[in-house]
Structure formats: C-alpha cells, structure tokens
Design a protein around this ligand. Structure first.
Ligand code: AHR
Length: 620
C-alpha cells in the first residue's frame, strides 16, 4: 500500500480523546481497586444485596475457638448510615472474631498494614486488650498487634501490623484477652503501600495499570451503577464522601454490596493523581430502563428540586473554595485546592421516554444557568441499529447540549464496517463522548481479533477527533471469580494484574495520542473496499512534543509492505521508535514489542499479518 500523509491539511482534534470508564462491576471497587482488605467491614451486607446464601450482616465473619458468640446489633450505632455492628460475647478468652477478606487476605512479607476499628464496651463488661492477628492458611500467626478497648462510647482504635511472610489467603482475627462483651464496627485493614500512599487509598498495582494507559479522563461511577435499578438505587454522590462511618453503603445493582469507601473524593483524587479529567456521571432523575424497581418512572417531581440541587452542589464540592459549604467538605477530607471539574454526565444509556426527557431538561437548564462553565454530557440512549440514536439526539439538538454519550458493544465485523460512523456527523452540533464500546465475539474472548477491530475503529475516532471528544473502552476491571460482564480490559485476582490484548491497544493509543490529525490517502495495488477497511491508518501530531505518530492496522492474514510519504514534513531525526502488537487472531496473551526503525519523508514499513503498528517520529 502507498500511504501519503498531507501535513498541510492538518486539523485540530481533541487532546482528551482516550480515557477510561470505571464502573463498580465485577468487584471493581470493594475487593478490587479499593485497597480495603476486610470484607463486610461495616456489617452492612444485607440479603437484599444479592441472592447468595448467607449474604447478610455476618457475611465473611465468624467466631472461632474458645467459647464466644457473635450477634449483630443495631442499637445506638457508630453512625445512622451504618446501623449494624458486631457484638462478640466472650465466655472464655481465646475466642476470636475472624474475617475472611475478599477471597482471603493477601499479604506481602515485610509490608506494613494499617488496622483500625470502632469499639465500644457495653454496660456489664470491662473490655481490655484485644489482640489483632493475621493467620496464614495453617492458622499460624504471620502478623500481630493489639488495641485496648475499654470505652463505653464508640472509639476508633488504630494499630500497624507487619507481615512476616507472603500469604495468599490470610484471615484477620480479633482476640479479646478477657471474657465479656465487645462491640465492633468498621473493622479495617489497608496495606500502607496504596497508590501514591493515599490513606483510604487504592490498590497500588491495579491503580498503576490504569495510570499506565495514560488516560486523559476518567468516567465514574458507572454505567448502570450510576442510575441504579430503581429510584432508590440511584447512586447519590453525597452518600460517598466524608468520614467512612458516615458513608451510606448500598446494594450494587450488579448483585453485591458497595461500601462507598471508594467514593467521589477518591475518584476525584485518583483522576488528579493520574492526570485524567474527572467525568462524573449522575442519573438523569430516572433509573435503568426508567421503570425497573417497582415500576416507578423516575424521581417524583416533588423531589426533583432537591435532586438537582445535589448536582449543583457537586460542582461546589469539586470546584468551590474551602469557604463554601461543599468545598469545605472536600477541604476537610484533605484537598483544599479545587479538583477543576469540567464535565458532568447526566444520564446513562437511558430509554428516551417522556419521563427521561422531562427530568433531563430540568437538570440541564439549571446546570446551564448556574454553571455555564461545566460541559454537560447528555445521553444518546440505547443504540438501535438502523435508527442509531435518533431520539436521544433530538433532545440534545433541541436543548443545545454540548456533548452526548454514545455506547455500543458490537461484533468485530461491525467495527470494521462502520469506520465511517462519525464521518458524516454534523460538525456544528454536539460533540460525542463514546463512553462505552468493545468488540464482542461469541464466548466473549479478549483476543487479538477483537482488539484489532477496536484498534481499526480507533483510527476512525482519531480521524473524527474534531467531533469525537472522548472515548473509553468498557468495562475496565474484572475480578476473577466475580464477574458479571465479559470481556473487560483488565482482569485481576488478589495478587496479580492481568492486562488483556485490548488493554495494550488502548495503551498504544493512550501513549501516542495527538492533538492534530493529518489526513492520509491510501492507494492499494489492488483497490478493494474490503481490503481498505482492513488496513486503516491514522496520523496525529502531538504539539507538546512536536512528534508525529503513524498508526497502522493490518487485519489481513499476510504481511503488508507500505510506502509512507510524509508530504510537507521535514523529518529532523531519522531514528524512530516502532511499537508492534501482532499474533494470531485467537491469541489472548500478547504484548507489544518495541524496536528502533529508520524513517524519512519517504520510507517503507512492513506490517506483520494481524497487527497494530505505531511509529513515533521525533519532533518534525
Ligand atoms: O459496561 C457495562 C454496562 O453496559 C454499563 O453499566 C451500561 O451503561 C451498559 O449497558
């Protein structure tokens, strides 16, 4: 193929094109990115969270050895949002209250762990020393410390443990040294080594894997999670900030429990830590499919003012100074500086009904009036092949919403055949945020075939980067053994992070993003539309570094020689770096390889069969 790059016809494109979408799905938060090691630390699991047997306040806890009984009480709790707590009645010292963690508690030798709990001693008991131990699978102590609990009021106790061994699946044991009753709540254990050492922080290896994608933005907390599966299940950001004991745990619509320990503060902090624009998504006053959860269409009209005020307050929480009501909540949490929020998503893939339109319009008008500096991202609704997003876009056009969120999960063939999808979008209308996409095959593998279809499509996102402002693969995280959705970008267990082939495609784009697009013409020796869509190319320039990046996808079963002519470009340095991801279509375990290559204003490059090649040409 002969490729000509027309530098003289460069156009501006979004410099925030590729980012990530975090949803608490597949145990992405508790038991996942959120570094808390104690499961059900607040005794708030409820049989309503999911259908699993034994899923209640005592889940993951048990009394062991000696003679003791564990009951759950609700009288006078630490905080009204955390009504349940444990009462351990020790008849004979030696008995322990144990927690199994999330698939066990994984420990690393020599590492320190921050332990804390709220404890109270009821009338009639004296309390005293409580040993805190971590036990390996054989029941041997691999870390220990103690706290002293004698207060008749709830009191927070803290201690540090150091692991003396690597353990895949340890158990936490609280062992009171005297008989009597002990009340415990918010029992917590965190590795000290969280991402960037943040307290109440994130699992360092998983967070790093996300950071390594070089995402320009992070959308959170969902997805369906944001709008919930009933109006009472709508995610309320205010319940996710402030001291942990005051956060309101909730049933996760994906069938488990969310502590909200990973809440809006932590999402904003993480976005800042990885240099990504925060993109919170708030329900548009309606829940998933509008009518699930008792047939209620949406937030009752008499409650809409309060609902909208919460969204307005979010802007103050993120951007207001410390003298404002909500800015002070952020400052107290440790971030006096604003988070510089620019975007808010309203709605997620909602059915475009009257109930939706009415509420979305109300929210949009208030936000526009009170915070014209915020770019509101509307929703295009569910994708319907043929009519596309007609109804969603009608509302967006009518109201002049500046950006709209589209989602589609389709076959690799669909992605190849629809590389023109945005070519004809109205350049004068709203910008697009492609908030969720992934190529799906039967059986939903994460292999090279789906990854290359995504890579091909991403060349078209760059080409249309003047209208497509942002795009994020979905979903991001999945804990093995706890999945509700496949495929995902990063799989993990307690000890390992397993990036997929799709991850490397996203990373190759994230590392090699640009803010100018240079049009290309491709001439094939045997012109054919089918071959052309299997050989897509995209060329961008990164004005910060001055580098030119050529991305070439080859979805043909044979290596392809390409001649690349850079029209109007002076190549100062003929040494370039080439990164190539290639293999067999069914391969699931591949990593890109990097090598040096020689470039010029006219150079050749061989594209391996089934590959994505990225050539980074230094400062042109
Ligand atoms: O990404 C998984 C789900 O797919 C999201 O929660 C939802 O928005 C979409 O339907």
């Amino acid at each position: 193929a002969d490729i000509t790059v027309h530098a003289g016809q460069a156009k501006k494109i979004s410099d925030e094109l590729f980012g990530v979408f975090f949803e608490d799905l597949n145990y992405a938060a508790d038991g996942g990115l959120y570094a808390e090691l104690v499961q059900n630390r607040d005794f708030e699991y409820s049989s309503e969270d999911g259908s699993r047997e034994g899923w209640d306040s005592g889940y993951a806890w048990h009394a062991k050895d000696g003679n003791a009984t564990l009951t759950i009480a609700v009288t006078d709790p630490v905080h009204e949002n955390n009504p349940h707590y444990a009462v351990l009645d020790v008849q004979e010292p030696g008995a322990a209250l144990c927690n199994d963690g999330f698939d066990g508690i994984s420990l690393k030798r020599g590492e320190k762990y921050d332990f804390s709990l709220f404890a109270r001693i009821p009338e009639g008991s004296k309390g005293g020393k409580v040993d805190v131990r971590l036990l390996n699978q054989e029941g041997e102590v691999v870390a220990k410390t103690s706290v002293t609990t004698t207060s008749k009021e709830w009191q927070k106790q803290k201690a540090v443990l150091t692991a003396t061994a690597d353990v895949r699946s340890a158990v936490l044991a609280l062992v009171p040294q005297k008989a009597g009753k002990y009340e415990f709540d918010l029992v917590s254990l965190f590795p000290q080594k969280t991402f960037k050492g943040r307290p109440n922080g994130l699992r360092a290896d998983l967070a790093q894997a996300i950071a390594d994608l070089h995402p320009r933005f992070m959308r959170f907390p969902g997805g369906c999670l944001a709008h919930g599966d009933g109006v009472h299940n709508i995610y309320n950001w205010k319940e996710t900030v402030g001291p942990l004991e005051s956060r309101k745990p909730q049933r996760n619509l994906w069938g488990y429990h969310q502590t909200k320990g990973l809440g809006y503060y932590e999402f904003f902090q993480f976005s800042e830590d990885i240099g990504a624009e925060p993109v919170p998504v708030i329900a548009a006053g309606v829940c998933c499919q509008n009518s699930r959860g008792g047939g209620q269409q949406g937030v009752p009209m008499c409650e809409m003012d309060a609902f909208i005020q919460d969204i307005v307050d979010l802007v103050e929480y993120a951007n207001g100074d410390a003298s404002t009501k909500w800015g002070s909540v952020r400052a107290e949490a440790g971030h006096p500086e604003p988070f510089h929020l620019k975007y808010i998503g309203i709605g997620n893939e909602d059915q475009i009904t009257d109930a939706f339109e009415e509420r979305f319009t109300m929210i949009y008008r208030v936000l526009k009036e009170k915070h014209p500096e915020i770019t509101v991202i509307g929703t295009a609704g569910p994708f319907n092949e043929g009519t596309d997003y007609e109804e969603g876009w009608d509302i967006v056009d009518k109201l002049g919403v500046p950006m709209v969120d589209e989602h589609y999960y389709q076959t690799p063939g669909w992605f190849l055949n629809n590389q023109h999808f945005y070519d004809s979008y109205n350049r004068k209308g709203a910008k697009v945020y492609l908030g969720e996409y992934a190529a799906h095959l039967p059986g939903r593998p994460n292999n090279l075939e789906v990854s290359l279809a995504e890579a091909a499509y991403m060349t078209s996102l760059e080409r249309n980067g003047d209208i497509v402002s942002m795009a994020s693969y979905a979903p991001l995280l999945a804990k093995e053994g706890h999945m509700q959705w496949n495929p995902d970008l990063i799989y993990f267990d307690n000890l390992t992070v397993k990036p997929t082939v799709n991850y490397y495609v996203q990373q190759m784009y994230g590392l090699n993003a640009g803010d100018e697009y240079l049009p290309v013409t491709v001439r094939l020796s045997e012109p054919s539309g089918d071959i052309a869509k299997r050989l897509p190319v995209s060329v961008v320039k990164d004005s910060k570094t001055g580098d030119l990046v050529v991305k070439l996808v080859n979805i043909l079963p044979a290596a392809t020689r390409t001649n690349i002519r850079l029209d109007g470009v002076v190549v100062a340095d003929t040494h370039a770096v080439k990164t190539v991801l290639s293999g067999a279509l069914e391969d699931t375990d591949l990593k890109p390889q990097t090598s040096d290559c020689t470039v010029g204003c006219d150079f050749t490059c061989e594209l391996p069969a089934y590959s994505l090649s990225v050539i980074r040409i230094k400062k042109v």
